[in-house]
Ligand binder design. Structure first.
Ligand SMILES: Cc1cc2nc3c(=O)[nH]c(=O)nc-3n(C[C@H](O)[C@H](O)[C@H](O)COP(=O)(O)OP(=O)(O)OC[C@H]3O[C@@H](n4cnc5c(N)ncnc54)[C@H](O)[C@@H]3O)c2cc1C
Length: 313
């Protein structure tokens, strides 16, 4: 469905979801930028049964959907999201480790740093890189998150996906996921419920040392505070941060949003800042990089609810 849903569609969805849906709920607390407007309806799903209810409401009403993970790659417009936002609750945070097969099954809401530390403690190696990525397993599958020479694609073997339009859940193979650089075939109506990761037998002490080094590197190279990691994907053979820095844009500000003075590919939001300021800053930086270098940067942050989402992959 395109455009805002009619009030009657939202009313129908609200009626069908009952107390499961909170009306006009701010998404700012769910996003690491800590800014942005409300979802017309917000559901915190406790179980696959709850997802089934959302599926029925979506099918009957035609409302559009947004899956919100840990919000560490999301920028929601100040006007908000005009549909049903779904957030996986604690029931989807489980992490099961099969030591014999070095296989991990993690829920869609499990935090990457927790999975990284738990698997290292269990004597498995291959997921240490994820300790510095503050997202969920589901968001990381959708984005094929990665860093420090690895990514989700290196370990994923199977993903359980609930389709909010078709129902589910259904197992997807790695081929079906179509993983590429910060992309996958997971779409706006798909919810990653759990994922299997094939790791290798390792050595806890060595993995912990690697984790400590990654944490140290992140603290010295990346800012804390209200941001959503790299705003732009790196263009082939270059770095978005280098291109932005070369134009002297560290510290460049529009309203309540500023290009980080520590890392030029991060944007910092002020406390009580505005998502629309961040969006304006992203557009301006993108225009300036294109004018100076001819390179049209792709926006890695997921932009939700803006009239123009140009540059989004
Ligand atoms: C300080 C910092 C450092 C970062 N470093 C890195 C890095 O090194 N490498 C990297 O790749 N990223 C990095 N990121 C970005 C971000 O953490 C990743 O993209 C992460 O995978 C997003 O997960 P999330 O749960 O926060 O997803 P969200 O931001 O909530 O959502 C991102 C996308 O995934 C979708 N989504 C979320 N959950 C699900 C689900 N269960 N099922 C289906 N779709 C879902 C959303 O609809 C949206 O399209 C960083 C972010 C920060 C703030």
């Amino acid at each position: 469905m395109t455009g805002p849903p009619s009030t009657s569609a939202l009313d129908l969805a609200a009626d069908m979801l009952g107390p499961l849906a909170s009306p006009n709920a701010s998404l700012a607390p769910f996003c690491t930028y800590r800014v942005g407007g409300p979802a017309r309806l917000l559901v915190e799903a406790r179980s696959v049964g709850d997802l089934d209810l959302v599926h029925r409401a979506v099918t009957a009403s035609g409302c559009q959907t947004l899956v919100v993970g840990k919000g560490s790659n999301l920028l929601v417009a100040d006007a908000g999201f005009p549909g049903i936002a779904v957030h996986l609750g604690p029931g989807f945070e489980q992490i099961d480790i099969d030591h014999g097969r070095s296989l991990v099954t993690a829920g869609g809401a499990a935090l990457l740093p927790v999975v990284a530390r738990r698997t290292a403690a269990a004597g498995l190696t291959g997921f240490e890189w994820a300790v510095g990525v503050p997202g969920s397993i589901g968001g990381a599958v959708r984005m094929n998150a990665g860093g420090h020479g690895s990514d989700m694609a290196a370990a994923l073997t199977r993903v359980s996906v609930f389709d909010l339009v078709e129902g589910g859940p259904v197992d997807w193979t790695v081929d079906q996921l179509g993983l590429g650089y910060r992309r996958s075939n997971i779409g706006p109506g798909h919810i990653v419920v759990s994922a299997d990761l094939a790791l290798e037998p390792g050595d806890t002490e060595r993995s912990n040392a690697e984790i400590a080094e990654i944490v140290r590197w992140r603290r010295s190279h990346q800012p804390g505070g209200q941001n959503a990691g790299s705003v732009f994907a790196n263009p082939p053979g270059d770095s978005a941060g280098r291109l932005i820095d070369s134009l002297g844009l560290k510290g460049f500000r529009i309203g309540t949003a500023e290009v980080s003075t520590k890392h030029a590919n991060f944007v910092q939001a002020d406390p009580d800042g505005s998502a629309d300021d961040i969006h304006a800053l992203i557009r301006e930086v993108r225009l300036r990089v294109a004018a100076a270098s001819g390179i049209e940067l792709s926006v890695e942050n997921r932009l939700i609810g803006f009239e123009t989402e140009e540059g989004t992959q």
